[in-house]
Write a protein that binds this ligand. Structure first.
Ligand code: NAP
Length: 301
């Protein structure tokens, strides 16, 4: 564990732009307080043109590290001394650790996504997965699934078919396993019937997020069934309409709070060398969300 006595070594924070509704300060500061660590996590709104100066400042001040969110996750890579294999393959860094003046980039989003799944699924089980959405989070989701499970079929549902095709090409390169990949249209009643055959369905679109809580990324709940896992990256509300419909059809459901906690836990361990007190942090975030159901940036993490 790094010494907390060296000046400024116990300061960490998040950079993004804009950065109004990040939950990460609450997550990490709750953890620091519960472990009585003399650390502080600060929000830094950094414009894209200031990114290089910002990282020079991290080095100059000896800050221990940063979380990175939109729009810096990809662009930050060129200013780092090294990125880990997973972050390089995903093409995005969400956590930076200052190792004696060298800035190392990690991707903990994919580990956060995996954390609730590894408790439910055996790695050897052949899986079919459907991803709803093809944006920034979708890559971390697919990388996580391919790195830990035997995925034999992947369906990508998206509104923008070009973006889905680019994601499918990337997935074909990183999968390292025999797999079929198909691209389908999101919210198309006939195409989405294929969801009924899938083992795991992941929502990586903002459909259903507060305040538009009546939306969902499927046209009918008939696609869900017992035995399926339905995972919504959104956590506000805690049970989105998608998860409610899936639960009513007896599917197992997971919300995005577990991914948020999981990525934070990995970042916390990288910076402090300590285990994050997940229970206390989960309670703190849940209480906050119950009292403030406003929009929150989910992928600052
Ligand atoms: P992104 O890069 O902006 O991608 C958004 C995706 O949603 C794209 O596929 C986009 O489709 C689709 N989409 C957006 N609005 C839509 C609409 N009105 N109708 C149909 N499709 C729509 O976002 P992201 O970073 O991937 O994040 C996706 C979601 O996951 C967000 O809600 C984010 O908050 C959440 N998230 C949660 C966590 C967590 O820790 N729990 C982490 C990361 C992300 P097009 O390509 O057609 O535009």
């Amino acid at each position: 564990m790094p010494s907390a006595n060296r000046q400024n070594l116990n300061l960490v924070g998040i950079i993004g732009y804009p950065l109004d509704h990040s939950l990460s300060p609450l997550l990490h500061n709750t953890a620091f307080r519960s472990l009585r660590l003399p650390w502080h996590y600060q929000k830094f709104e950094v414009k894209p043109k200031e990114l290089a100066n910002c990282l020079a400042g991290v080095r100059a001040m000896g800050m221990r590290g940063l979380s990175v969110t939109i729009p810096h996750k990809e662009k930050v890579i060129r200013f780092l001394d090294r990125v880990t294999g997973a972050a390089a393959k995903i093409g995005a860094v969400n956590t930076i650790v200052n190792e004696n003046g060298k800035l190392v980039g990690y991707n903990t989003d994919y580990l956060g996504f995996l954390s609730p799944l590894v408790r439910l699924l055996k790695p050897a089980k052949p899986l079919s997965v459907a991803l709803l959405g093809a944006g920034g989070a979708a890559r971390a989701v697919l990388f996580a699934l391919f790195s830990h499970f035997r995925v034999w079929e992947t369906l990508i549902f998206n509104r923008n078919q070009k973006r889905a095709a680019a994601l499918a090409r990337w997935a074909g390169r990183v999968a390292r396993q025999e797999m079929q990949i198909h691209i389908l249209r999101l919210l198309d009643a006939s195409e989405e019937m294929r969801l009924a055959d899938m083992d795991v369905i992941v929502n990586a679109t903002p459909l259903g997020l507060y305040p538009k809580i009546k939306q969902m990324p499927v046209t009918s709940a008939d696609v869900f069934r017992r035995g399926q896992i339905v995972y919504d990256l959104n956590y506000n509300p805690a049970e989105t309409r998608l998860l409610r419909e899936a639960r009513r059809q007896k599917a197992r459901t997971i919300n995005g709070l577990e991914m948020l906690l999981g990525q934070g836990r990995e970042a916390f361990r990288l910076w402090t060398g300590r285990e994050m007190p997940v229970h206390q942090v989960r309670t703190s975030l849940t209480t906050h969300l119950n009292h403030h159901p406003g929009p929150h940036l989910a992928d600052e993490e």
